[in-house]
Design a protein around this ligand. Sequence first.
Ligand code: T6T
Length: 325
Amino acid sequence: KKIVAALAALAIGATALIAPAQAQDKKYTIALVPGLTTDGFYITMRKGAQAAADALGVTLVFQGAPDFNPVTQVPVLDAVIAKKPDAILIAPTDKVQLVEPLRKANDAGIPVITVDTFIGSGVYQTGAGDADFPLSYIASDNILGGEIAARALATAIGDKGKVYVSNVKPGISTTDQREVGFKKEMAANHPGITVLETQFNDNDANKAASQLQAVFARNPDLVGVFGANLFSALGAANGVQQAGQTGTVKVVAFDAPTSIVDNINTGLVDVAIAQHPAEIGYFGVVSAYAHLTGNSIPVSIGTGFTIMDKSNIADPNISKYLYSE
Ligand code: T6T
């Protein structure tokens, strides 16, 4: 019996020794397809992904489209699939339109993890629905982010008056959820606030700025705006400035490009809600690697927020969450 037990222990020991060595021999390539390439949010995500890739000896390929649009993202994805990476991390630019293109990757045996945005309902590996095949979803809690934005804007405007959401376009999981969270919080806890119709800017800051001025022209008693992503927020803030309403029309911004610091310091933006995109990238690569080396991974990983305002923006523990350029 003892001999059998000893042999079994040896066998287990031997596998334990061999498995990591084999894993190290294989040089994995992981592709990261962002929502778009020229966005501080995804540039920062790439840095986090690269840090994990360096630590694990993985090759990271970063390939994306210049704008946030399924029409330009799908051909990039097709090109990435054709190169047969070991895994794909992707921020799908539409929760419906990216399902079939991503299924091609899955059918080709390439594991898919979505980062930042999701497809379908974002609840994966349930056996229900036709879009639950990705292995994991790694992102901010965007409903919560919208609620935080609503509370911040309510505080800034003394809990009363007209506000609206400057948003990208319907169908993007993240920004849809931020709007849902924002409206839910306003309806539940801020009866003195009227939320006007959402303005969709197609991720174009200039369009968001013009829309701010048009909404203000129709509603001279406008007191606040929630910019639901980086370009929506910067555009809305520029619109407030161009309308000569700095400090009168309050701005709560989702995302934290470096230019937000000036906007906060001059009082143009009251609060910025920074996501932690480097963490999303880091844990994306670690999760893909864990899966490729035979380990199970969480079906979802949530990353946090850092709330920035005039009182804390100079603190390095806060400003370290500003996005890279
Ligand atoms: O807000 C981020 C990201 O979370 C969203 O999905 C799309 O817009 C950003 O990239 C900011 O521009």
